[in-house]
Design a binder for this molecule. Structure first.
Ligand code: ZN
Length: 517
């Protein structure tokens, strides 16, 4: 069976999308989960774009061992050198260098002639090969490029030493038939194409990213790029979990394998959603809440007689566990620790003790602790702030009645260490809380978006709040969980403020580079 490599760019193309802003600890957690998920390659970031990206790529490169770690670089010496510094500690250092090849990008964005573009690409790949054993070269906006020009430039970058050639549909314009035809054309016309790996990278503007990726595979691509939950700029990237499950379920038709550990899909999807604050639509294929729900009477009847009447994928396949845990308020620390280990968490003693204390508190209030709850608990310990002083919620109290004006009183620890208590009113309970918190923090805050969802099922499920706000003109997303949605909302608000503080406390993000493929 032909093997298809899965190239995950959740932390680069995904992270780059509007409003998402992960810190290093969160990126590291996602990278470790992507390693368990079985991604062949993890694109950890764009090292030259900011000190924060550099640090994250470096830590991931030094930590992840079973997946290849790569970083993105523009076709320029300084980007390649910075990337080498970030990636040199990796098991198999790998670089992803790109340059636009479509007429519109060359003329307006790069302001270079096609001949100049060929020279720049060749120089960049040659230079990259001085450091990196494997170099992927991407023709940004390849799908809208002239096919003959693509053949010409790819011929040259292969001679220069590129080991992987990526053909992105940067703007999500392709149809499966055309995109497949482009791969076939390159396979037939590029000299030495069999010595390199061809890669597909699709965006979902017309809802065809996954179909296009699979069309590329059918026509010779050996690598597909995408993100978990399909997050990414605009309409997002190809959803990797959909590609992996489609190739698995329809193995009879396609005959490809990916090496993805399908059992890790659910957890990977949840973690990415939890840390990015990007909610998964309920009807999303594979990982949506309703992806396995059977509502209509006829369907339910058939399903109960024989699951296969309406079910082509089982929840078990993707690691969706529904049975409650044999853990409760009487469970000991030892059983709790064992559970953390089986779930793939490596917590030090201090973090484990804190997680255990949180678990006891939760078990007092909640009848059944589910794996979803534990996952949230362990993840929160892993990504706790360390160095930067931040705001911390001490107490929130809300007075609400349909005939009264809602009033909130909040006590919180300020970054200076001082505890302060403030109160304010609002049109509703949540607004009252937000108005109160606004008095507490320094800076001008506007709420852009706010959502509450439940984690897991049942009336005592944990509530998760996501707050998208702007502070002094900069967008920041915060999220947190609590058994009460009002408490979760207050914590999510402060989380957004704290993320902003952490970002401004570390070296300022350098001018954001807007090119991408
Ligand atoms: Zn992209």
């Amino acid at each position: 069976m032909r093997r298809i490599d899965i190239f995950d760019t959740t932390l680069r193309d995904g992270e780059q999308s509007a409003g998402i802003n992960l810190n290093t600890a969160e990126k590291l957690e996602i990278a470790k989960q992507l390693e368990r998920f079985g991604a062949t390659i993890i694109e950890a970031g764009f090292p030259a774009s900011s000190p924060g990206d550099f640090e994250a790529v470096q830590r991931i490169a030094n930590t992840v061992k079973n997946s290849t770690v790569t970083g993105l670089a523009r076709a320029m010496k300084s980007d390649i050198e910075t990337s080498w510094e970030a990636l040199r500690g990796a098991e198999q250092p790998h670089l992803h260098v790109f340059l636009a090849t479509s007429p519109i990008h060359m003329e307006y964005k790069l302001q270079k002639t096609p001949d100049q573009v060929v020279d720049i690409a060749v120089e960049a790949v040659k230079y990259a090969r001085k450091f990196f054993p494997t170099v992927q070269w991407s023709a940004e906006d390849a799908f809208r490029s002239d096919w003959e020009f693509l053949v010409r430039i790819i011929n040259q970058v292969i001679v220069a030493g590129a080991t992987v050639i990526n053909i992105p549909d940067t703007v999500g314009y392709a149809t499966p038939k055309e995109y497949g035809a482009l791969f076939k054309f390159l396979k037939e016309n590029v000299t030495g194409i069999d010595k390199v790996k061809l890669s597909a990278h699709c965006h979902n503007d017309l809802g065809m990213a996954v179909a296009n990726s699979i069309a590329a595979i059918e026509n010779g691509a050996e690598q597909v790029e995408g993100t978990i939950n399909g997050i990414g700029e605009r309409a997002g990237n190809a959803a990797l979990e959909e590609i992996a499950v489609a190739l698995h379920i329809r193995k009879d038709f396609y005959g490809f394998e990916t090496g993805i550990n399908l059992q890790e899909i659910k957890r990977t999807s949840q973690l990415v959603s939890q840390l990015t604050g990007v909610v998964i639509q309920p009807n999303k294929a594979i990982v949506g809440k309703n992806a396995f729900a059977h509502e209509s009477g006829i369907h339910q009847d058939g399903y109960l007689k024989n699951r296969q009447t309406y079910e082509i994928i089982t929840p078990e396949l993707i690691g969706d566990k529904t049975e409650p845990l044999a853990l409760g308020k009487h469970s000991g620390r030892h059983a709790f620790k064992d559970r953390a280990i089986t779930m793939g968490f490596e917590l030090n003693d201090e973090k484990l003790n804190q997680a255990f204390a949180e678990f006891k508190k939760l078990a007092d209030r909640k009848k059944e602790i589910t794996e979803d709850d534990l996952f949230v608990l362990f993840t929160d310990q892993q990504i706790k702030y360390k160095d930067t002083p931040v705001y911390e919620l001490k107490n929130v109290q809300v007075q609400y009645g349909t005939a009264n004006i809602p009033t909130a009183t909040v006590s919180a620890v300020e970054p200076s260490g001082e505890v302060i208590t403030v109160a304010a009113t609002g049109a509703g309970s949540v607004e009252a809380i937000f108005n109160t918190l606004e008095q507490l923090v320094t800076g001008e805050v506007h709420i852009l978006d706010y959502r509450v969802t439940s984690i897991g099922k049942g009336r005592d499920a944990l509530g998760e709040a996501v707050v998208n706000l702007s502070i002094d003109g900069e967008v920041s997303i915060g999220r947190d969980v609590a058994q009460d949605v009002l408490e979760a909302s207050a914590k999510a608000y402060l989380n957004a403020i704290n993320r902003h503080l952490m970002k401004t406390a570390s070296p300022v993000r350098a001018a954001v580079v807007t090119e991408s493929n």
